[in-house]
Design a protein around this ligand. Structure first.
Ligand code: IPE
Ligand code: IPE
Ligand code: MG
Length: 227
């Protein structure tokens, strides 16, 4: 049976979920936040160590301003409301991505939530916000240029400058919503992850489907290039 430490999820399909109900896209995001809560608690219950959720990509700034504003407000409200849940379930909150692009009050909420959950020793829930792999790698290379005065660097050095420093590689990568693409998510960290795609739209994604995927993952023959 495979060891499972880190699951990453591309939470896709909120807009379509709302459209199917003749509602605005933001209604889908609101319901998607409920799934985030359920999957996080469930991950904690089953003893997972790392859950990384793609919530806002570097490309999502192309969306209408009204949707972006709603998403940032939703995140702020989520963190405010769910602090209790993080603490109750011993979940450490973490982020990857460049948060300097968000408004000051959201940045403050994010850093406060990180600080207030820093002592938690159970699941680490990482939200990827204003995250893109290419941006992350570019920022890492620029930091390396400034700080490492070497002619050659190792893979380990690169990993130490990524936003995911101290987080193990992705074991399982799940994408809901039916598309089979990575959309600039954790390209380095998913080099050897097992990929799971489902047509289920994110607000409909259940703990039961999640458990079924985990069961499948456990018996995959992971070879990492060996025989
Ligand atoms: C994913 O759902 C959530 C975010 C990208 C913020 P979408 O908003 O992409 O929903 P669809 O893919 O349009 O249905
Ligand atoms: C990926 O979903 C980003 C997040 C889930 C945050 P998108 O809906 O933005 O991806 P594309 O545009 O379909 O590739
Ligand atoms: Mg989408």
């Amino acid at each position: 049976m495979n060891q499972l430490k880190h699951i990453a999820i591309i939470m896709d399909g909120n807009g379509r979920w709302a459209n199917l109900r003749n509602k605005k896209r933001i209604f889908g995001h609101k319901n998607g936040a409920e799934t985030v809560r359920n999957i996080t608690i469930h991950s904690s219950d089953i003893g997972l160590s790392y859950l990384t959720l793609y919530a806002f990509s570097t490309e999502n700034w192309k969306r209408p301003k009204i949707e972006i504003n709603f998403l940032t407000k939703l995140l702020d409200e989520y963190l405010k409301k769910e602090l209790e849940t993080y603490l109750k379930h011993n979940v450490k909150f973490n982020i990857i991505g460049d948060i300097s692009k968000f408004n000051h009050s959201l940045q403050k909420r994010i850093t406060q939530t990180i600080e207030k959950t820093a002592h938690c020793t159970g699941l680490t829930q990482t939200l990827a916000i204003n995250y893109g792999s290419k941006d992350e790698l570019t920022r890492a290379v620029n930091k390396i240029l400034k700080k490492e005065h070497k002619n050659e660097i190792t893979q380990e050095t690169i990993e130490n400058y990524l936003d995911t420093k101290n987080i193990p590689p992705v074991d399982m990568l799940i994408r809901t919503g039916g598309e089979k693409r990575l959309s600039n998510f954790l390209l380095w960290q998913s080099a050897y992850s097992e990929l799971f795609f489902t047509n289920t739209l994110w607000p409909d994604f259940t703990n039961i489907e999640f458990d079924k995927m985990i069961k499948k993952f456990k018996v995959i023959h992971r070879k990492f290039g060996a025989v």
